[in-house]
Design a protein around this ligand. Structure first.
Ligand SMILES: [Ca+2]
Length: 156
């Protein structure tokens, strides 16, 4: 592509991205996504909107998948819902998101045999039964977590 054509194209791409980001009904709650990323050690390549939203319809409150719906329904989440993108969540509010996610750790939202926490750590999707950790990876994670739990119990 000739160099002079890139400028207008980038303006269009940037404009579309801007609209997607700031339109109140057309974005997910980035603050919640950041909490999940921090909690499960995710980078931007996996920790994305479609953890909690249906992937093809854009992240908003009408497109929550089963994990998004479960999170929304947890104790303490109600006051945090429906905030627009400029709302700055305080530390206490973000802690409520952490607590809610942790309570969902042992659930298996998509019923595929791996818990939500296991899927988030192994980078599969907790609300998609077709996305499931490999058996070997799951076994390895469970062995590691059992070992850590045993060590933790030994220290008390
Ligand atoms: Ca699962």
């Amino acid at each position: 592509m000739p160099k002079r054509r890139i400028g207008p194209l980038m303006a269009v791409v940037g404009g579309v991205a801007w609209l997607g980001w700031f339109a109140p009904e057309a974005h997910g709650q980035k603050a919640f996504l950041n909490v999940a990323r921090g909690l499960y050690g995710q980078d931007a390549s996996y920790g994305k909107c479609h953890l909690c939203h249906e992937s093809r319809r854009g992240p908003n409150r009408q497109t929550l998948n089963d994990l998004g719906k479960a999170l929304q329904g947890m104790d303490g989440m109600q006051p945090l819902l429906g905030k627009n993108s400029s709302y700055a969540f305080n530390a206490q509010e973000l802690q409520a998101v952490v607590d809610a996610l942790k309570k969902l750790d042992t659930a298996d939202t998509d019923g595929d045999g791996a818990t939500n926490r296991e899927e988030l750590l192994l980078k599969t999707f907790p609300a998609d039964a077709n996305s499931k950790p490999a058996a070997a990876a799951l076994e390895q994670l469970r062995a590691l977590e059992a070992k850590r739990a045993a060590e933790g119990a030994g220290k008390k």
